[in-house]
Design a protein around this ligand. Sequence first.
Ligand code: PEP
Ligand code: MG
Length: 561
Amino acid sequence: MKKISAAQTASKGYAVGPVYLVKRQELVIERRSISAEETEAEIKRYQAAVETAASQLEQIADDSEIFEAYIQLVQDEALIAGVIGKIKNGSNAEAAVEDAADEFIMIFESMEDAYMKERAADLKDIKKRLQYALAGIEENPFLELKVPSIIVAEELTPSDTANMDFKNVLGFLTEVGGVTSHVSIIAKGRGIPCLTGVKKICTLVEENTVAAMDAGTGEIYLEPEEDVVAEFMKKKAQFEEQERMMEEESKNPSVTKDGRKFMLCANVGNIEDIKDALSSQMEGIGLFRSEFVYMMKKDGFPTEEEQFEIYKEAALLTKEKELTIRTLDIGGDKGLDYFAFEKEENPFLGCRAIRLCLNMPEMFKTQLRALLRASVYGNIRIMYPMLIAVEELDEANRLLAECKKELDEAGIEYRKDVEVGMMIETPSSVMMADEFAQRVDFFSIGTNDLTQYLLAVDRGNESIARLYDSFHPTVLRAIHHVIDRAHAHGIKAGMCGEFASNEKASPILLGMGLDEFSMSAGSIKTVKYRLRNTSYEEAKKLADQVISKSSAKEVKELLEG
Ligand code: PEP
Ligand code: MG
């Protein structure tokens, strides 16, 4: 028996069974120079490969949104232009696809944002599909998957997940791919245990090696002894029972044992996320990260029309439920292909988010107009990120008022009562919560940034990750103060940072009076279960105790106890 314990949880659960090792057919890319006369034929060969790849994807697409996005990627204009350009410069189609796709892959890989980084994997998948289509081969490494197994692979692509028969999938172990990779999302959606970042797993196992995995703790046993198997099977049954029960429970209203209402919302980055979230028990969208609308574009800022269509679709999907759209929060770790940010010593403290938008008023107004126009289709709320001073808020609102005037003059409709709120994610906005609360309709606490700024700990720096702790009394006291000030001025306080989905934190936040918890849709049922089984009166006492503690350690000890 061998134990491995360094892995990242992508989807919790237990699995015991034989390993199915994913083996890939290596495709050697032939490179040759072509003559001017061959150019047209080579372009036709490439175009035929695009059609083949697109029709293969259409066949496996069902109604999966991911594949629709994939088909668009195969037919992406910038990629096609890149490949054709290289063929015209004398490359054969195989080499042109390889090189043009690699250029885009490098751009995605160099992005700091984890979600965008994962899109590089999607492009690699598309590249391979095109290469196979050019070679006239259709690859399916899952043909031999005939019995329920734990899938082990270096990396799994969306095409892989489309090829496999899920009734034979017990779990996933992959070397590469973060928790926002496609396989992680699929695994979470289907409730399949999944661990990523399992170093060298492909070389540690052979076909049919028996493995036992606990995706919650990240433990994996290879060739486990009988007692370990028995223990895992027991835990698996308990876990699945608990999941079923929580799923059922989550259909009940969001009220505590003693009748206090709370609200659970979803964080999203695009239309697909909204569709996914609609199948959870979410009561609204607490955060739509609109920067993804900007990051998906390659050739320039999205136009008013492009944005309007997306926000309108989002509003039509969410209907009367609240749809909180955060205005562009770019800079820091999030870049744009088409915009050259000034080189900064400290980008997280630099010209990001609202600062950049106020520096580029016309660009900002394009978004504000799109949001206002889409507001008539649902219940859009506008939310500004990263504010530190009331002047910034006043300036943003002045631009918003200008947009309203322009729409009035053009006779274009918008909701006159559209709510305007702000993220509380800077220490300054905490200290100025009183003043801000008098000027906005709602607060949403962004603990991801707030923790990094309050503690002066870079949220992305792994070497100091142990210092990044939202249970630090500094953070808890700041949250408490913000909720208190919001309520003093009659506005609601929500939270859309990761902390809102922390099971241990949720009773404290409830006790502090948090009105709205927003998180990735997959976490909603767990938090709902936790809060439905909490008494508000007890949670209030817990919150009081917690904020009087003098260290994160003491807070955690109290919660454990
Ligand atoms: C936050 O900072 O808590 C937040 C929700 O925003 P983001 O993670 O997008 O910075
Ligand atoms: Mg933030």
